[in-house]
Design a protein around this ligand. Structure first.
Ligand SMILES: *[C@@H]1O[C@H](CO)[C@@H](O)[C@H](O)[C@H]1NC(C)=O
Ligand SMILES: *[C@@H]1O[C@H](CO)[C@@H](O)[C@H](O)[C@H]1NC(C)=O
Ligand SMILES: *[C@@H]1O[C@H](CO)[C@@H](O)[C@H](O)[C@H]1NC(C)=O
Ligand SMILES: *[C@@H]1O[C@H](CO)[C@@H](O)[C@H](O)[C@H]1NC(C)=O
Ligand SMILES: *[C@@H]1O[C@H](CO)[C@@H](O)[C@H](O)[C@H]1NC(C)=O
Length: 942
């Protein structure tokens, strides 16, 4: 059971047991003689029983998708294919395969038959050619030249057997699959090396000019067809018949009831066989139909390719009417079976009732069974969280043969194929890393990087052969298992860019293991157009060395910009060191926050006189402490849905966190059930207000200031995300939570929602989804799984606000502009940046700097979180943008001072740079610049 459970087709995975039950039910509910039959009509209806009382099932258990289903126009319904008029096409790539995994009993013999009627109506550009495999042994090449059926007899080696199509050209297709257990009376594989299978070449019921004989006449449901007259030498062949009531024969009576005979001889010619030395077994079935023939009266010789295989053959020699002969022959391209009367001795000419020609094929050993089982369970584990994943969809049949699954590398050693490499990086995979992965005995390289894996890193057995492991760019958490770090063969371990992973530096004492995090480049770089350009350049002009070199430089440069923290810093994160260069404060120094009494608060706020805002926590009032400090006082409203927990949360967090881009907590009051927090008053209000609130009406926020605010906020968030050994997720990043101090420095505020990121033991999913509409990470919303990347998404929205000066959600606008993200994305993708840029800053920005910010924002709002950058990446990009912007303005200033250019009092305008060509500066320049931050401070706060 276990073997099968781990091993059916991928689509079955999640319904594992139910399919098993179904198959068992199916097997039990059908007549005894049909036991074990599996009859599949691809894209067909369920539960059909045909005229031969065979019950058919659809293949939707293996492939529920309807997209590959096509109707075939059949000239006339024939019994051969039971009139089924649908085929399933598999739209797959070269050498890819799709398999039907069928339950079998080990050491039992089976007949398996696939039907491949070709339909011209769906002929694509390329006519299909594909291999048909039992397990990993090819049993036939199907092409579109006509109706085709492929059949073979094999001995099952496991509790399932794959029936596969391997693409060569065009799209493989299939209409029917029939699996038939062969009962005791079949002896096809008896006496043969167990490592062979028989591929049917022909099975003929001689003398029959009518219908194909099959089940129920043949309990094994072999198809006995009437002879193809072209194969038989036509000279005076007579069909004879007789009614037989009983025989010990292994072929149906109906088949034996007809035969052909000739006075002297007859022959069968096969000239279209495979043109290489192949071994064939030929079964000849004889039944003496003429009661007048006595033993010794019908004696003939049997020739195969001009060699006498049997001399003086007499059916009745042993007193029976029936005789069977099996012949072995090696043939190349053609076969000549001749039966000839022994002259002078025999009264009657030769007779033959039926024959079968089978090609003997070596049974190809599949991949190491243990590896296959483990790999199937790894696949199942991945599928549970990634149902529609394209890569996993292609993981069908044997993992290594005839070609390996995408992402696997295999090795043939000591007569067996083993899995040595698993690389599923950048495959958009979510959920836990399947722990079975550690059971791949021969695995040397494991690359899981650039996915959305969460949860703990699995433990590995000492026996593991792993030399290189890359776990970087996921959302893994917990500690790095000692069993992994200390693996005997491990030389490279990369776990960078997993914000929640903690590692004990002491485990890295062994210098052998290099923890390389420099390869920590993001997969989905935001600069899609750049990457495309690079790819094209790389692809077409590689010959030109100069171009290639330039290309390499560009690629490197692009990759380089997306590095996260490097491994060393990450390693040290356990020791409460963080990777942000812009601050030198010790995050762990004990900060004493002030405790206020209620009356002090009431005094400071003049009994809550000036309400300046409403937050998730409660109302915010302006106040002045006795020492003259202007403060904002947050009072928890009694109706607030958030409780004491949040209050404690903020207290605990704030007492430990200080950063120049975070609003510090000055004090708190928790007297008589009141929960009050005291912050410094931010005299320049919120970014939101500055962008499109009241303050924006008085004065447009200029681009360089926007840029520096974005950078400040990004630094603040980076600090949170990399804080000490825990990652703090803000959970409510939005422009109204980015406050501006008297110098227009950005300070991230409102930790009412924030919570320590889920740790080992916590269940991240148990948290209810919180956040603000318009900023909410769709992945967090759908999975309820909170990660630092949710903040990144929200921050991306903030960047879009900064660029466009628009609110993230506004249902006053036309329907397609409700959501800022949805509205802006198409413009960005088409490089029509100027159409989304805030009209208020038109002409006031450097195009390249703007592009940088646009690209970062686009990356941040990637639907799939693994494609979003980390906060440190964003900081780096914004720093670059700011440098570009500042250099540009310095340059313009210098031009100004030379006096060559007069720009109507403004020293800011856009320098048209590729890629986007921006419009020339508007005729009336905006506000005078540069902005003196101090002068901005005079703008009254909201
Ligand atoms: C299919 O079988 C039915 C009855 O068994 C017979 O009447 C019919 O002629 C057959 N059709 C073909 C195309 O052989
Ligand atoms: C044919 O080959 C099988 C083994 O593959 C052997 O058992 C059998 O005796 C052979 N028959 C003849 C006629 O050589
Ligand atoms: C059997 O042979 C007789 C003549 O010997 C013929 O009349 C009859 O139609 C044949 N039956 C079949 C089923 O071929
Ligand atoms: C055919 O059979 C012979 C003798 O059994 C064997 O030596 C040879 O390898 C076989 N050839 C193939 C192509 O299987
Ligand atoms: C087939 O074999 C027989 C007997 O060896 C021979 O007489 C005949 O010429 C062969 N036919 C062909 C087409 O080779």
């Amino acid at each position: 059971m276990m073997g099968m459970g781990g091993r059916h087709n991928w689509r079955l995975t999640s319904v594992d047991s139910s399919i098993l039950c179904l198959l068992i039910l199916l097997v039990q509910s059908i007549p005894a003689q049909q036991e074990g039959f599996i009859s599949i009509k691809c894209c067909g209806g369920k539960g059909q029983t045909d005229s031969s009382s065979i019950t058919w099932i659809s293949d939707d258990q293996w492939y529920p998708d309807e997209t590959g289903c096509q109707n075939i126009a059949r000239a006339s319904p024939d019994n051969y294919t039971t009139g089924h008029d649908k085929v399933r096409y598999f739209y797959i790539g070269n050498a890819e395969k799709r398999c039907y995994s069928l339950p079998t009993t080990p050491d039992h013999d089976y007949l398996i038959r696939g039907t491949f009627p070709f339909s011209n109506t769906v002929l694509g550009s390329e006519s299909p050619t594909f291999d048909v495999l039992v397990g990993v042994t090819p049993i036939g090449l199907v092409d579109s030249s006509g109706e085709s059926q492929v059949e073979s007899i094999f001995r099952a080696t496991d509790q399932y057997t794959d029936f596969c199509l391997v693409q060569e050209t065009g799209d493989p297709y299939i209409s029917q699959i029939e699996l038939r257990p062969l009962y005791d009376d079949s002896s096809y594989l008896d006496g043969k090396d167990s490592a062979v299978l028989l591929k049917l070449v022909d099975r003929v019921d001689l003398g029959n000019s009518g219908n194909t004989i099959r089940f129920p006449d043949d309990p094994n449901d072999r198809l006995w067809t009437s002879p193809d007259t072209e194969r038989v030498s036509l000279s005076a062949i007579t069909a004879i018949n007789n009614t037989i009531s009983k025989t010990a024969a292994k072929v149906p009576l109906k088949v034996l009831e007809t035969a052909i005979t000739n006075e002297y001889s007859f022959q069968f010619l096969y000239i279209d066989l495979e043109t290489r030395d192949c071994n064939y077994t030929i079964f000849l079935h004889f039944f003496e139909l003429d009661d007048n023939v006595r033993p010794g009266q019908r004696v003939f010789d049997i020739y195969l390719n001009n060699e006498k295989q049997k001399a003086n053959f007499d059916i009745r020699e042993k007193g029976s009417n029936y005789s069977e002969v099996a012949l072995n022959v090696t043939a190349n391209g053609s076969l000549n079976l001749t039966l000839a009367r022994v002259e002078n001795r025999s009264k009657f000419g030769p007779i033959l009732n039926a024959y079968e020609i089978m090609q003997i094929r070596k049974w190809v050993q599949g991949t190491n069974q243990r590896d296959v089982r483990v790999m199937d369970r790894v696949k199942d584990g991945l599928l549970q969280q990634n149902k529609e994943n394209k890569k996993l969809e292609g993981w069908s049949g044997d993992p290594c043969q005839p070609s390996s699954w995408d992402g696997l590398a295999c090795h043939y050693s000591n007569g067996s194929t083993i899995i040595t490499k698993l690389d599923i990086s950048s495959s958009q995979l979510l959920g836990q890393i399947p722990t079975m992965i550690s059971q791949l005995t021969y695995l040397k390289e494991l690359n899981l990087s650039n996915n959305g894996f969460t949860g703990k890193i699995p433990e590995f057995p000492r026996s593991s052969m792993l030399t290189a492991v890359d776990l970087s760019y996921n959302d893994l958490s917990g500690s790095l298992p000692g069993t992994l770090v200390t693996l005997p063969h491990l030389t490279t371990l990369n776990f960078g860019c997993n914000v929640h992973v903690s590692a004990d530096p002491s485990t890295f004492n062994r210098s052998r293991v290099t923890t390389d995090s420099r390869e920590c480049a993001r997969p989905g770089s935001p600069s899609k157009h750049n990457r495309v350009v690079i790819a094209i350049v790389c692809g077409s002009f590689l010959v030109a060395a100069a171009v290639a070199a330039a290309c390499l430089w560009l690629c490197r440069k692009k990759l380089g910009t997306w590095q996260c923290m490097n491994g060393k810093q990450l390693l040290m994160s356990k020791g409460a060191v963080y990777s942000i260069a812009t601050t030198n404060e010790d995050p762990l120094k004990t900060i004493n926050i002030q405790m206020f009494t209620l009356s002090q608060i009431e005094n400071a706020t003049q009994k809550y006189k000036t309400l300046i805002g409403e937050g998730g926590f409660g109302s915010v009032y302006r106040g002045t402490l006795s020492d003259g400090t202007d403060v904002a006082v947050k009072v928890r409203s009694s109706t607030s849905t958030q409780g004491t927990k949040e209050f404690q949360n903020e207290l605990n967090l704030f007492s430990a966190i200080r950063h120049e881009n975070l609003v510090p907590l000055i004090g708190y009051c928790s007297e008589s059930d009141q929960q009050i927090l005291v912050y410094p008053f931010m005299s320049n209000g919120s970014l939101q207000d500055r962008l499109y609130g009241e303050a924006s009406k008085r004065k447009t926020l200029d681009w360089p200031t926007r840029l520096s605010i974005a950078l400040g906020a990004a630094r603040g968030l980076t600090f949170l995300h990399t804080f000490a050994e825990r990652c703090i997720i803000h959970r409510d990043v939005k422009s109204s939570n980015i406050l501006l101090d008297h110098s227009m420095n950005a300070k991230v505020a409102d930790f009412g929602f924030s919570k320590y990121a889920p740790q080992e033991g916590d269940s991240g999913a148990s948290l209810e989804v919180r956040g603000t509409a318009g900023y909410l990470d769709p992945e967090y919303y759908s999975t309820q799984h909170l990660t630092a990347k949710s903040d990144v998404f929200s921050f991306g929205v903030v960047l879009l606000e900064i660029i466009s000066g628009r609110e993230p959600l506004n249902i006053q606008r036309p329907r397609n502009e409700w959501s800022l993200v949805e509205w802006a994305k198409p413009y960005i993708r088409e490089s029509r940046i100027d159409e989304i840029v805030d009209p208020g800053i038109k002409g006031g920005y450097h195009a390249e700097a703007m592009w940088r910010v646009v690209e970062v924002s686009l990356a941040c709002i990637e639907t799939f979180s693994a494609y979003r950058p980390c906060m440190p990446d964003i900081v780096r990009e914004l720093e670059d943008a700011l440098i570009i912007e500042n250099n540009a303005s310095e340059y313009m200033k210098s031009l100004d001072s030379i006096g060559g250019y007069s720009l109507g009092g403004s020293n800011r305008f856009s320098i048209a740079m590729k890629p986007p060509v921006l419009p020339p500066p508007p005729p009336t320049p905006p506000e005078p610049s540069p902005v003196n931050p101090q002068s901005m401070a005079s703008v009254a706060p909201r």
